[in-house]
Design a protein around this ligand. Structure first.
Ligand SMILES: Cc1cc2nc3c(=O)[nH]c(=O)nc-3n(C[C@H](O)[C@H](O)[C@H](O)COP(=O)(O)OP(=O)(O)OC[C@H]3O[C@@H](n4cnc5c(N)ncnc54)[C@H](O)[C@@H]3O)c2cc1C
Length: 468
């Protein structure tokens, strides 16, 4: 759904003319939409909300808009509620959806444990956004289809956002929800340009770069649209996503104190997984339990161990936390077993005239891979070099985290500075805080953070404005 003219019923000009607080959200992917919902529910006094994003689709960030909308999300319905304090909200929404109920009768009376396609989740988020907006006659929402290129703080403490519009007014609160940044032109291309050495390819051959859920998504999309050629997955680490368990995998974790260094922590987690399996539970339950401890654990690690984790363990951690529904995992395994899809570990180099340079793991020499197309499915991290983030760094309004994975932020997403202070009224929600807050790229964590930001914002704009 596109947003042009969507919110014209409430006049932004009226808001500009008055002294009501002005809040900007930069990015309208899941994090931006979720923060908007939380603000509309939590901040009880009037405000003006302005949403910036050149992407024309609502909630059109990477997770919910790329590749097939019918792709199955890898998180269960029970963990995808956008309603604070009502974990069943998404399940209830599905139960009230006659079309969905008719299509998935086996899951009646509830859908908590199942996995649903992205487009259904996207519809749910958008409906909750529309409902939250309809319930507020006292706020105005304006959508700006422009990227924000710079943010500056004025002497008054308010923020100036520079975008394509020459007349942006000042904002009291700014939420950065730019996730993985603006898509590059080549990411948007429907039909990526072929490798020039096409004539050398004996059988149709596609190369996929990466090994996360986007690779699996792309592979199954190719097969579902009738592609019968060879597929080669080239990945630096070779860790494909693990599978979910058919059981509910409720979180469990040992109550014992966690050790203080990385190798002992690893041993501790492996032992916990073995013990859980011996007791008839699953390692997936332990991973779900670990997520609840991830933040305090991450905070306690010295910078050197964080770097070690990033270099050697992050890919393994990601493959165990971003799990595939069983049926999809079985399809992936079937592909690999058939030999029609091959996974190769190593380092991908440049794409030359003769093909793609690739150095297999353990080899000292490059080889050239020929294919009629190469699809890059690697998930980029947040772009610290984007003009908007660069302006924040220049202005001293933010710093990169220790690993430069994103911005250094506190639990609300407020930028942390070298002197131990935080920047008030500026919040980074979602993956921009990934180097400070583990798992903040996942829906449940983004939902909690969005409500925490809204509560904090409510106190900042009017100290008594929180919902009771
Ligand atoms: C394929 C895929 C599947 C996933 N599946 C799941 C799942 O099943 N469960 C789960 O928990 N998590 C899942 N995730 C992770 C999670 O959903 C995402 O991390 C989350 O949705 C991040 O959303 P976001 O809005 O922060 O970022 P993005 O989706 O990247 O959206 C950012 C938005 O900001 C805009 N933007 C960027 N820069 C600017 C700028 N300067 N000015 C204006 N606008 C700007 C972009 O155009 C974009 O629309 C998945 C992720 C991917 C990629």
């Amino acid at each position: 759904m596109t947003v042009h003219g969507l919110f014209s019923s409430k006049s932004a000009a009226a808001a500009r003319a008055s002294a009501i607080p002005r809040i900007a959200i930069v990015g309208r992917g899941f994090s931006g939409m979720m923060t908007a919902i939380a603000l509309m529910k939590i901040v009880r006094t009037p405000f003006h909300l302005q949403l910036f994003d050149p992407n024309s689709s609502v909630s059109g960030g990477q997770a919910l808009s790329t590749t097939r909308a019918s792709t199955i999300l890898n998180t269960r319905v029970r963990d995808l509620s956008v309603s604070k304090g009502d974990a069943d909200d998404f399940n209830d929404w599905l139960c009230s959806n006659a079309e969905f109920r008719a299509a998935v009768p086996a899951a009646i009376p509830g859908f908590r444990q199942i996995f649903v396609p992205k487009d259904i989740f996207s519809d749910y988020v958008y409906q909750r956004f529309s409902e939250a907006f309809s319930a507020r006659r006292d706020i105005s929402v304006q959508v700006c289809p422009e990227p924000v290129v710079a943010i500056r703080r004025m002497h008054s403490g308010r923020f100036l956002l520079e975008s394509g519009s020459p007349t942006n007014p000042l904002f009291d609160i700014v939420v950065l929800a730019t996730g993985y940044g603006l898509p590059k032109a080549e990411d948007r291309a429907e039909d990526p340009s072929p490798v020039r050495a096409q004539r050398l390819v004996a059988r149709p051959h596609t190369v996929l770069l990466g090994s996360g859920i986007r690779v699996v998504d792309q592979l199954l999309q190719l097969r579902d649209t009738g592609y019968g050629g060879q597929v080669t997955i080239l990945s630096r680490n070779g860790f494909l996503p693990q599978r979910h368990t058919p059981n509910s995998a409720d979180p469990v974790f040992p109550a014992d104190a966690m050790p203080g260094n990385l190798s002992d922590i690893l041993r501790f987690i492996r032992k916990a997984c073995r013990e859980a399996e011996a007791e008839g539970r699953s390692w997936q339950s332990v991973m779900n339990g670990l997520r609840k401890h991830a933040r305090s654990l991450w905070r306690s690690l010295p910078a050197r161990e964080k770097q070690q984790f990033n270099r050697h363990l992050r890919a393994i951690y990601d493959s165990h936390r971003n799990r595939l529904p069983e049926a999809i995992h079985a399809r992936l395994q079937g592909e690999l077993a058939s030999g029609n899809t091959v996974l190769r570990r190593g380092v991908v180099g440049r794409q030359g005239l003769g093909g793609l340079f690739f150095r297999p793991a353990g080899s000292g020499a490059d080889e050239i891979v020929h294919a009629e197309r190469v699809l890059d499915c690697r998930c980029r991290g947040p772009q610290l070099t984007s003009p908007m983030i660069a302006s924040l760094l220049d202005e001293g309004l933010a710093l990169p985290d220790e690993l430069s994975l994103g911005l250094a932020v506190d639990q609300y997403g407020r930028p942390c500075l070298d002197d131990g202070s935080v920047v008030e009224d500026l919040f980074a929600v979602g993956p921009l805080g990934l180097g400070s807050l583990p798992d903040i790229d996942l829906v449940p964590e983004i939902v909690s953070q969005a409500y925490a930001v809204a509560e904090h914002a409510a106190e900042r704009v009017y100290p008594c404005s929180r919902a009771i």
